[in-house]
Design a protein around this ligand. Structure first.
Ligand code: IPE
Ligand code: IPE
Ligand code: MG
Length: 249
């Protein structure tokens, strides 16, 4: 334990607090493989993964990150066996139930990216409760991407833009990148500065495809249930060594 604390303290010391990402997005992947390696059912990986969510959210708050977006369930994840889908939903309910007080106390504002209308009533109720309770919080915004798909998000925004054009609320001349931003789930938020994906997969799997245009990508072989605070610091330190040019010199 002493050596873990020492190594995390060394990492903390390396962090430049003047060059923090404002927005971190995470594709939490590898729960199933983590469990398989331990000869456990996939559900055990998901359960362990929730513990890391709690720790990483807390640490992002401590560090002073403004926005954290976590990919909890994609529009493609409906293709999984029904039992697994149900288990993931029940874990989400359990997480919100157990953590809402703490999140609220820590001034975390919960936000959901995705089509929540398509979820079971009990899941929707839990989400609504969390959104209402934390709506005036102002420290860390926690975006939970749930039943989220980047292409779906763009299709929906297009639909809403066309509706507003037809109603005369906006004109064609106004349609530009900034206006599109206003029709995304992430309206009003800065784009992610850093994307983390665990488990060694090198793809974005339909996550924030519009918002990631200039994001720095950090891939690690560590499976999500093993992604602890020290791994977050490693990602942040690597991020701080990147030279972001945004097309300039
Ligand atoms: C990520 O872990 C969790 C979700 C997608 C909900 P996986 O369940 O995808 O784990 P692997 O990729 O099968 O190891
Ligand atoms: C991405 O992981 C979705 C979430 C983490 C919620 P997947 O495990 O579903 O991605 P693919 O299928 O390997 O691309
Ligand atoms: Mg996966």
């Amino acid at each position: 334990m002493i050596s873990i604390n020492k190594s995390i303290n060394n990492l903390k010391k390396k962090l430049d607090h003047n060059n923090l990402p404002k927005h971190i997005a995470i594709i939490m992947d590898g729960n199933g493989r983590w469990a398989k390696k331990k000869l456990l059912p996939r559900s055990a990986g998901h359960r362990e993964g929730v513990k890391r969510v709690r720790e990483i959210v807390e640490e992002c708050g401590n560090i002073g990150i403004d926005f954290l977006t976590i990919y909890a369930f994609s529009t493609e994840n409906w293709n999984r066996p029904k039992d697994e889908v149900n288990y993931l939903m029940s874990l989400l309910i359990e997480f919100l139930n157990k953590e809402l007080e703490t999140l609220h106390k820590n001034n975390v504002k919960i936000n959901v990216l995705g089509e929540i209308d398509a979820l079971e009533e009990n899941v929707q109720d839990e989400i609504k409760k969390a959104l209402i309770k934390t709506k005036n919080n102002s420290k860390l915004t926690l975006n939970i991407a749930l039943n989220y798909g980047g292409r779906k998000e763009i299709a929906l925004s297009l639909k809403h833009i066309i509706k507003d054009l037809n109603k005369g609320n906006i004109s064609i001349e106004e349609v530009d990148e900034n206006l599109i931003n206003d029709y995304l789930y992430t309206k009003g938020q800065p784009d992610p500065d850093l994307l983390i994906r665990t488990s060694g997969e090198l793809r974005i799997s339909n996550f924030l495809i519009y918002q990631l245009a200039y994001t720095e990508f950090y891939f690690t072989n560590v499976n999500w249930p093993d992604f602890k605070k020290k791994n977050l610091y490693k990602a942040l330190i690597e991020y701080q060594q990147r030279n972001r040019r945004f097309g300039g010199l």
